[in-house]
Design a binder for this molecule. Structure first.
Ligand code: PLP
Length: 419
Protein backbone atom coordinates (compact mmCIF):
# COMPACT_ATOMS: atom_id res chain seq x y z
CA UNK A 1 0.00 0.00 0.00
CA UNK A 2 2.77 2.40 1.05
CA UNK A 3 4.73 1.79 -2.17
CA UNK A 4 1.61 2.34 -4.24
CA UNK A 5 1.16 5.74 -2.64
CA UNK A 6 4.74 6.58 -3.37
CA UNK A 7 4.22 5.95 -7.07
CA UNK A 8 2.22 9.10 -7.55
CA UNK A 9 2.89 12.64 -8.73
CA UNK A 10 1.16 13.84 -5.57
CA UNK A 11 3.61 12.02 -3.29
CA UNK A 12 6.63 13.32 -5.27
CA UNK A 13 5.30 16.88 -5.14
CA UNK A 14 4.74 16.69 -1.39
CA UNK A 15 8.33 15.45 -0.92
CA UNK A 16 9.57 18.38 -3.00
CA UNK A 17 7.50 20.79 -0.95
CA UNK A 18 9.16 19.51 2.24
CA UNK A 19 12.67 19.52 0.73
CA UNK A 20 14.88 22.24 2.30
CA UNK A 21 17.15 22.11 -0.77
CA UNK A 22 14.44 22.32 -3.45
CA UNK A 23 15.31 25.94 -4.31
CA UNK A 24 18.80 24.95 -5.56
CA UNK A 25 17.31 23.36 -8.71
CA UNK A 26 16.67 26.88 -10.03
CA UNK A 27 20.37 27.62 -9.84
CA UNK A 28 21.28 25.19 -12.64
CA UNK A 29 20.98 24.96 -16.42
CA UNK A 30 19.40 21.72 -17.63
CA UNK A 31 19.81 20.11 -21.06
CA UNK A 32 16.55 20.53 -22.97
CA UNK A 33 14.24 17.85 -24.30
CA UNK A 34 11.26 18.89 -26.43
CA UNK A 35 11.36 22.37 -24.97
CA UNK A 36 11.50 21.19 -21.35
CA UNK A 37 14.23 20.40 -18.84
CA UNK A 38 15.48 16.85 -19.34
CA UNK A 39 15.63 14.42 -16.42
CA UNK A 40 19.29 14.62 -15.54
CA UNK A 41 20.60 11.53 -13.75
CA UNK A 42 24.17 11.86 -14.97
CA UNK A 43 25.74 14.05 -12.28
CA UNK A 44 28.06 11.12 -11.46
CA UNK A 45 29.61 11.67 -14.88
CA UNK A 46 29.32 15.40 -15.54
CA UNK A 47 27.56 17.77 -13.19
CA UNK A 48 25.36 20.59 -14.50
CA UNK A 49 26.41 24.19 -15.02
CA UNK A 50 25.39 26.58 -12.26
CA UNK A 51 23.74 29.79 -13.43
CA UNK A 52 26.50 31.73 -11.67
CA UNK A 53 29.23 30.10 -13.78
CA UNK A 54 29.16 32.39 -16.85
CA UNK A 55 29.56 35.49 -14.63
CA UNK A 56 32.36 33.82 -12.66
CA UNK A 57 34.30 33.13 -15.87
CA UNK A 58 33.40 36.54 -17.28
CA UNK A 59 34.90 38.18 -14.19
CA UNK A 60 38.26 36.58 -14.87
CA UNK A 61 38.07 37.48 -18.57
CA UNK A 62 37.41 41.12 -17.69
CA UNK A 63 40.18 41.27 -15.11
CA UNK A 64 42.60 39.83 -17.63
CA UNK A 65 41.34 42.33 -20.23
CA UNK A 66 41.70 45.36 -17.98
CA UNK A 67 44.68 44.43 -15.80
CA UNK A 68 46.66 41.83 -17.71
CA UNK A 69 49.63 40.73 -15.59
CA UNK A 70 48.54 42.93 -12.71
CA UNK A 71 45.62 40.55 -12.25
CA UNK A 72 47.88 38.20 -10.32
CA UNK A 73 47.81 40.77 -7.50
CA UNK A 74 44.89 43.07 -8.27
CA UNK A 75 42.15 40.94 -9.84
CA UNK A 76 38.94 40.95 -7.81
CA UNK A 77 40.09 37.51 -6.76
CA UNK A 78 43.89 37.73 -7.20
CA UNK A 79 45.18 34.84 -9.29
CA UNK A 80 48.27 34.43 -7.16
CA UNK A 81 46.11 33.22 -4.30
CA UNK A 82 43.28 31.73 -6.35
CA UNK A 83 43.66 28.20 -5.00
CA UNK A 84 43.05 29.41 -1.45
CA UNK A 85 39.38 29.85 -2.42
CA UNK A 86 38.92 26.11 -2.40
CA UNK A 87 40.44 25.12 0.94
CA UNK A 88 37.49 26.06 3.15
CA UNK A 89 34.59 24.63 1.09
CA UNK A 90 36.51 21.48 0.20
CA UNK A 91 37.67 20.89 3.77
CA UNK A 92 33.98 20.84 4.79
CA UNK A 93 33.05 18.42 2.00
CA UNK A 94 36.05 16.10 2.41
CA UNK A 95 36.33 16.26 6.22
CA UNK A 96 39.85 17.58 6.56
CA UNK A 97 41.86 20.60 7.66
CA UNK A 98 41.97 23.49 5.23
CA UNK A 99 45.72 23.04 4.74
CA UNK A 100 45.28 19.39 3.87
CA UNK A 101 43.42 20.07 0.63
CA UNK A 102 44.10 21.87 -2.62
CA UNK A 103 43.07 21.89 -6.27
CA UNK A 104 45.45 21.39 -9.18
CA UNK A 105 45.87 19.44 -12.43
CA UNK A 106 43.41 16.58 -13.00
CA UNK A 107 42.64 13.36 -11.17
CA UNK A 108 44.99 10.94 -12.92
CA UNK A 109 47.86 13.45 -12.92
CA UNK A 110 47.33 13.98 -9.19
CA UNK A 111 47.29 10.23 -8.67
CA UNK A 112 50.67 10.00 -10.41
CA UNK A 113 52.02 12.80 -8.23
CA UNK A 114 50.75 11.11 -5.07
CA UNK A 115 52.29 7.83 -6.16
CA UNK A 116 55.70 9.52 -6.35
CA UNK A 117 55.36 10.26 -2.64
CA UNK A 118 53.47 7.21 -1.41
CA UNK A 119 54.65 4.36 -3.59
CA UNK A 120 58.36 3.93 -3.01
CA UNK A 121 58.82 0.20 -3.33
CA UNK A 122 61.79 -1.68 -1.95
CA UNK A 123 62.76 -5.35 -2.04
CA UNK A 124 60.37 -6.23 0.74
CA UNK A 125 57.45 -3.83 0.33
CA UNK A 126 56.44 -3.42 -3.27
CA UNK A 127 52.84 -4.63 -3.60
CA UNK A 128 49.77 -2.52 -4.26
CA UNK A 129 46.26 -3.75 -3.52
CA UNK A 130 43.37 -2.41 -5.59
CA UNK A 131 39.88 -3.54 -6.44
CA UNK A 132 39.43 -5.61 -9.62
CA UNK A 133 37.46 -3.57 -12.13
CA UNK A 134 38.79 -0.24 -10.86
CA UNK A 135 38.37 2.70 -13.22
CA UNK A 136 40.74 2.07 -16.16
CA UNK A 137 42.75 5.26 -15.62
CA UNK A 138 43.70 4.04 -12.14
CA UNK A 139 44.64 0.66 -13.54
CA UNK A 140 46.86 2.27 -16.20
CA UNK A 141 48.44 4.62 -13.65
CA UNK A 142 49.39 1.77 -11.33
CA UNK A 143 50.54 -0.53 -14.13
CA UNK A 144 52.87 2.10 -15.59
CA UNK A 145 54.22 3.31 -12.25
CA UNK A 146 55.04 -0.24 -11.21
CA UNK A 147 56.86 -0.74 -14.52
CA UNK A 148 58.70 2.54 -14.04
CA UNK A 149 60.12 1.03 -10.86
CA UNK A 150 61.31 -1.99 -12.85
CA UNK A 151 58.68 -4.31 -11.35
CA UNK A 152 56.24 -6.72 -12.94
CA UNK A 153 52.60 -5.56 -12.59
CA UNK A 154 51.39 -9.17 -12.46
CA UNK A 155 53.43 -9.67 -9.33
CA UNK A 156 53.21 -6.21 -7.77
CA UNK A 157 49.51 -5.43 -8.27
CA UNK A 158 47.01 -7.52 -6.35
CA UNK A 159 43.43 -7.13 -7.54
CA UNK A 160 40.65 -8.07 -5.14
CA UNK A 161 37.73 -9.82 -6.83
CA UNK A 162 34.22 -10.31 -5.46
CA UNK A 163 33.41 -13.84 -4.34
CA UNK A 164 32.47 -16.03 -7.26
CA UNK A 165 29.08 -15.19 -8.75
CA UNK A 166 28.87 -11.89 -6.84
CA UNK A 167 29.25 -8.33 -8.08
CA UNK A 168 30.08 -6.55 -4.82
CA UNK A 169 33.20 -6.75 -2.69
CA UNK A 170 32.75 -7.78 0.93
CA UNK A 171 34.72 -5.67 3.40
CA UNK A 172 35.91 -8.92 5.00
CA UNK A 173 37.44 -10.03 1.67
CA UNK A 174 39.31 -6.72 1.38
CA UNK A 175 40.59 -6.86 4.95
CA UNK A 176 41.65 -10.49 4.59
CA UNK A 177 43.58 -9.71 1.41
CA UNK A 178 45.36 -6.80 3.07
CA UNK A 179 46.27 -9.03 6.00
CA UNK A 180 47.44 -11.82 3.69
CA UNK A 181 49.93 -9.55 1.88
CA UNK A 182 50.93 -7.58 4.98
CA UNK A 183 54.65 -8.38 4.72
CA UNK A 184 55.05 -7.16 1.16
CA UNK A 185 52.38 -4.46 1.00
CA UNK A 186 53.37 -0.89 0.13
CA UNK A 187 50.02 0.68 -0.73
CA UNK A 188 46.27 0.10 -0.79
CA UNK A 189 44.67 2.21 -3.52
CA UNK A 190 40.94 1.96 -4.03
CA UNK A 191 38.08 3.95 -5.48
CA UNK A 192 35.89 5.18 -2.59
CA UNK A 193 32.84 4.32 -4.68
CA UNK A 194 33.23 1.83 -7.49
CA UNK A 195 32.18 3.61 -10.68
CA UNK A 196 30.42 0.52 -12.10
CA UNK A 197 28.56 -0.97 -9.14
CA UNK A 198 28.12 2.21 -7.09
CA UNK A 199 29.39 0.39 -3.99
CA UNK A 200 30.83 2.69 -1.29
CA UNK A 201 33.63 0.92 0.52
CA UNK A 202 34.30 1.01 4.25
CA UNK A 203 37.02 3.64 4.04
CA UNK A 204 37.92 3.84 7.76
CA UNK A 205 38.24 0.06 8.15
CA UNK A 206 40.28 -0.37 4.96
CA UNK A 207 42.54 2.58 5.80
CA UNK A 208 43.14 1.19 9.31
CA UNK A 209 43.90 -2.27 7.91
CA UNK A 210 46.42 -0.83 5.45
CA UNK A 211 48.16 1.02 8.26
CA UNK A 212 48.17 -2.07 10.46
CA UNK A 213 49.92 -3.89 7.61
CA UNK A 214 52.55 -1.13 7.47
CA UNK A 215 51.26 0.25 4.14
CA UNK A 216 49.83 3.58 2.98
CA UNK A 217 46.14 4.02 2.16
CA UNK A 218 45.20 6.21 -0.81
CA UNK A 219 41.77 6.79 -2.33
CA UNK A 220 40.35 7.79 -5.69
CA UNK A 221 37.28 9.74 -4.58
CA UNK A 222 35.98 10.73 -8.03
CA UNK A 223 32.53 9.36 -7.20
CA UNK A 224 32.56 10.41 -3.56
CA UNK A 225 33.46 14.11 -3.63
CA UNK A 226 30.29 16.14 -3.19
CA UNK A 227 28.24 12.93 -3.00
CA UNK A 228 28.99 11.41 0.41
CA UNK A 229 30.56 13.40 3.25
CA UNK A 230 33.81 11.74 4.34
CA UNK A 231 36.26 12.39 7.17
CA UNK A 232 39.64 12.09 5.54
CA UNK A 233 41.57 13.57 8.44
CA UNK A 234 39.87 11.63 11.24
CA UNK A 235 40.00 8.41 9.25
CA UNK A 236 43.71 8.97 8.95
CA UNK A 237 43.69 8.64 5.17
CA UNK A 238 47.18 9.24 3.80
CA UNK A 239 46.22 10.77 0.47
CA UNK A 240 43.21 11.13 -1.80
CA UNK A 241 42.51 12.49 -5.26
CA UNK A 242 39.26 13.32 -7.02
CA UNK A 243 37.85 15.15 -9.99
CA UNK A 244 35.58 18.16 -9.78
CA UNK A 245 33.43 17.63 -12.86
CA UNK A 246 31.02 15.08 -11.37
CA UNK A 247 29.00 15.93 -8.25
CA UNK A 248 31.04 19.12 -7.71
CA UNK A 249 29.85 20.66 -11.02
CA UNK A 250 33.23 22.15 -11.97
CA UNK A 251 32.66 21.57 -15.71
CA UNK A 252 34.34 19.28 -18.26
CA UNK A 253 38.01 18.66 -17.43
CA UNK A 254 37.75 20.81 -14.30
CA UNK A 255 40.69 21.06 -11.95
CA UNK A 256 41.25 17.99 -9.73
CA UNK A 257 41.20 17.78 -5.93
CA UNK A 258 44.14 16.63 -3.83
CA UNK A 259 44.31 15.78 -0.13
CA UNK A 260 47.32 14.81 1.91
CA UNK A 261 47.27 14.20 5.65
CA UNK A 262 48.99 16.91 7.68
CA UNK A 263 51.62 14.51 9.00
CA UNK A 264 53.03 14.50 5.44
CA UNK A 265 52.03 18.04 4.57
CA UNK A 266 54.05 19.35 7.52
CA UNK A 267 57.07 17.25 6.62
CA UNK A 268 59.25 18.93 4.01
CA UNK A 269 61.30 15.74 3.72
CA UNK A 270 58.46 13.75 2.09
CA UNK A 271 59.67 13.09 -1.47
CA UNK A 272 57.67 14.64 -4.29
CA UNK A 273 57.88 16.09 -7.76
CA UNK A 274 58.16 19.84 -7.41
CA UNK A 275 57.45 23.05 -9.30
CA UNK A 276 57.49 26.70 -8.31
CA UNK A 277 53.82 26.89 -7.28
CA UNK A 278 54.51 24.40 -4.49
CA UNK A 279 57.40 26.48 -3.19
CA UNK A 280 57.12 28.69 -0.12
CA UNK A 281 55.47 31.93 -1.29
CA UNK A 282 58.05 34.06 0.53
CA UNK A 283 60.88 32.74 -1.60
CA UNK A 284 58.99 31.74 -4.77
CA UNK A 285 59.80 34.93 -6.61
CA UNK A 286 63.41 35.11 -5.46
CA UNK A 287 64.09 32.60 -8.22
CA UNK A 288 66.72 30.86 -6.13
CA UNK A 289 67.94 27.30 -6.02
CA UNK A 290 66.56 24.83 -3.47
CA UNK A 291 62.88 23.81 -3.25
CA UNK A 292 61.18 24.76 0.02
CA UNK A 293 57.71 23.17 0.02
CA UNK A 294 54.68 25.10 1.16
CA UNK A 295 52.94 23.56 4.13
CA UNK A 296 50.13 21.11 3.52
CA UNK A 297 48.73 19.88 0.25
CA UNK A 298 49.86 23.11 -1.43
CA UNK A 299 53.40 21.75 -1.21
CA UNK A 300 52.46 19.34 -4.02
CA UNK A 301 51.35 22.07 -6.42
CA UNK A 302 53.56 22.42 -9.43
CA UNK A 303 52.32 25.06 -11.83
CA UNK A 304 50.54 28.40 -11.97
CA UNK A 305 46.85 28.27 -11.02
CA UNK A 306 44.61 27.57 -14.05
CA UNK A 307 42.14 30.29 -13.25
CA UNK A 308 39.64 29.75 -16.09
CA UNK A 309 39.54 26.08 -15.28
CA UNK A 310 38.80 26.81 -11.62
CA UNK A 311 36.21 29.59 -11.87
CA UNK A 312 33.22 27.29 -12.47
CA UNK A 313 34.17 25.11 -9.51
CA UNK A 314 34.43 28.18 -7.32
CA UNK A 315 30.91 29.20 -8.36
CA UNK A 316 29.52 25.74 -7.64
CA UNK A 317 31.18 25.45 -4.23
CA UNK A 318 29.30 28.56 -3.10
CA UNK A 319 26.12 26.49 -3.49
CA UNK A 320 27.63 23.57 -1.60
CA UNK A 321 28.46 25.90 1.29
CA UNK A 322 24.89 27.20 1.32
CA UNK A 323 23.31 23.77 1.11
CA UNK A 324 25.72 21.98 3.47
CA UNK A 325 27.06 18.54 2.68
CA UNK A 326 25.20 16.89 5.58
CA UNK A 327 21.82 18.20 4.42
CA UNK A 328 22.69 17.21 0.86
CA UNK A 329 23.48 13.69 1.98
CA UNK A 330 20.21 13.44 3.93
CA UNK A 331 18.26 14.41 0.84
CA UNK A 332 20.36 12.11 -1.32
CA UNK A 333 19.56 9.07 0.84
CA UNK A 334 15.84 9.85 0.52
CA UNK A 335 15.98 10.62 -3.18
CA UNK A 336 17.94 7.53 -4.19
CA UNK A 337 15.76 5.46 -1.85
CA UNK A 338 12.71 6.84 -3.66
CA UNK A 339 14.20 5.95 -7.03
CA UNK A 340 14.94 2.44 -5.77
CA UNK A 341 11.38 1.95 -4.52
CA UNK A 342 9.89 3.05 -7.86
CA UNK A 343 12.32 0.86 -9.81
CA UNK A 344 10.93 -2.11 -7.90
CA UNK A 345 7.52 -1.43 -9.50
CA UNK A 346 8.88 -1.77 -13.03
CA UNK A 347 8.73 -4.93 -15.09
CA UNK A 348 11.98 -4.41 -16.98
CA UNK A 349 14.48 -7.28 -16.75
CA UNK A 350 17.23 -5.76 -14.63
CA UNK A 351 18.91 -6.26 -11.29
CA UNK A 352 20.01 -3.32 -9.12
CA UNK A 353 23.60 -4.30 -8.33
CA UNK A 354 24.33 -1.31 -6.07
CA UNK A 355 24.05 -2.21 -2.37
CA UNK A 356 20.58 -1.79 -0.88
CA UNK A 357 22.07 -0.34 2.31
CA UNK A 358 22.20 3.48 1.95
CA UNK A 359 25.39 3.51 4.04
CA UNK A 360 27.11 1.51 1.30
CA UNK A 361 26.16 3.71 -1.60
CA UNK A 362 25.86 7.35 -2.67
CA UNK A 363 23.40 8.84 -5.14
CA UNK A 364 24.01 6.24 -7.87
CA UNK A 365 22.06 3.07 -8.62
CA UNK A 366 23.51 0.68 -11.21
CA UNK A 367 20.97 -1.39 -13.15
CA UNK A 368 22.42 -4.55 -14.65
CA UNK A 369 20.62 -5.79 -17.76
CA UNK A 370 21.73 -9.33 -18.74
CA UNK A 371 20.74 -8.36 -22.29
CA UNK A 372 19.49 -5.39 -24.25
CA UNK A 373 20.84 -2.82 -21.78
CA UNK A 374 22.34 -0.67 -24.49
CA UNK A 375 19.05 -0.44 -26.40
CA UNK A 376 17.09 0.39 -23.27
CA UNK A 377 19.60 3.11 -22.49
CA UNK A 378 19.20 4.53 -26.01
CA UNK A 379 15.43 4.54 -25.52
CA UNK A 380 15.76 6.39 -22.22
CA UNK A 381 17.93 9.05 -23.86
CA UNK A 382 15.35 9.47 -26.64
CA UNK A 383 12.74 10.17 -23.96
CA UNK A 384 14.84 12.88 -22.31
CA UNK A 385 16.24 10.76 -19.48
CA UNK A 386 19.92 11.56 -19.41
CA UNK A 387 21.95 8.80 -17.79
CA UNK A 388 24.84 6.64 -18.95
CA UNK A 389 25.66 3.09 -19.95
CA UNK A 390 28.78 1.19 -18.94
CA UNK A 391 29.86 -2.14 -20.34
CA UNK A 392 29.01 -4.81 -19.51
CA UNK A 393 25.27 -4.26 -19.28
CA UNK A 394 24.93 -1.46 -16.74
CA UNK A 395 22.77 1.66 -16.86
CA UNK A 396 23.84 4.10 -14.14
CA UNK A 397 21.27 6.46 -12.64
CA UNK A 398 22.44 9.18 -10.29
CA UNK A 399 19.91 11.74 -9.06
CA UNK A 400 22.26 14.42 -7.67
CA UNK A 401 20.47 15.98 -4.70
CA UNK A 402 21.56 19.55 -5.41
CA UNK A 403 19.46 19.81 -8.56
CA UNK A 404 17.27 16.70 -8.87
CA UNK A 405 13.81 16.57 -7.37
CA UNK A 406 11.45 13.83 -6.24
CA UNK A 407 9.23 14.85 -9.16
CA UNK A 408 12.13 14.14 -11.55
CA UNK A 409 12.31 10.63 -10.13
CA UNK A 410 8.57 10.22 -10.53
CA UNK A 411 8.66 11.51 -14.12
CA UNK A 412 11.42 8.97 -14.81
CA UNK A 413 9.18 6.20 -13.46
CA UNK A 414 6.24 7.39 -15.57
CA UNK A 415 8.35 7.15 -18.73
CA UNK A 416 9.80 3.75 -17.87
CA UNK A 417 6.41 2.28 -16.95
CA UNK A 418 5.60 2.33 -20.66
CA UNK A 419 8.79 0.60 -21.83
C1 PLP B 1 36.76 6.68 -10.65
C2 PLP B 1 37.50 7.52 -11.65
N1 PLP B 1 38.84 7.59 -11.59
C3 PLP B 1 39.55 8.31 -12.48
C4 PLP B 1 38.92 9.02 -13.49
C5 PLP B 1 39.75 9.78 -14.48
O1 PLP B 1 39.78 11.14 -14.18
P1 PLP B 1 40.62 12.21 -15.04
O2 PLP B 1 40.25 12.02 -16.47
O3 PLP B 1 40.16 13.53 -14.51
O4 PLP B 1 42.06 11.96 -14.80
C6 PLP B 1 37.53 8.99 -13.57
C7 PLP B 1 36.83 9.73 -14.65
O5 PLP B 1 35.64 9.69 -14.81
C8 PLP B 1 36.80 8.20 -12.64
O6 PLP B 1 35.47 8.11 -12.70
Amino acid sequence: METLEKASAYYARSMDAADPLARFKEQFYFPQHQGKDGIYFCGNSLGLQTKSTPAAIQQELEDWQTMAVEGYFRARDPWLYYQYNFCKPLSAIMGCREEEVTVMNTLTVNLHLALQSFYRPDKQRFRIIMEAGAFPSDQYALETVVKLHGLNPDDAIIEIHPRSGEKLLETATILETIHHYRDSLALVLMGGINYYTGQFYDMPAITAAAHEAGAYAGWDLAHVAGNIPVKLHDWNVDFAVWCSYKYLNGGPGAVGGFYVHERFGNDAAVPRLAGWWGNDEKTRFKMEKGFIPRKGAAGWQISTAQVFNMAALKASLVLFEEAGITTLRQKSVQLTGYLESLLQQLRLPFEVITPGDPQQRGAQLSLFFPENGKNIHAKMMEQGIICDYREPGVIRLAPAPLYCSFSDVYRFYEVLKNF
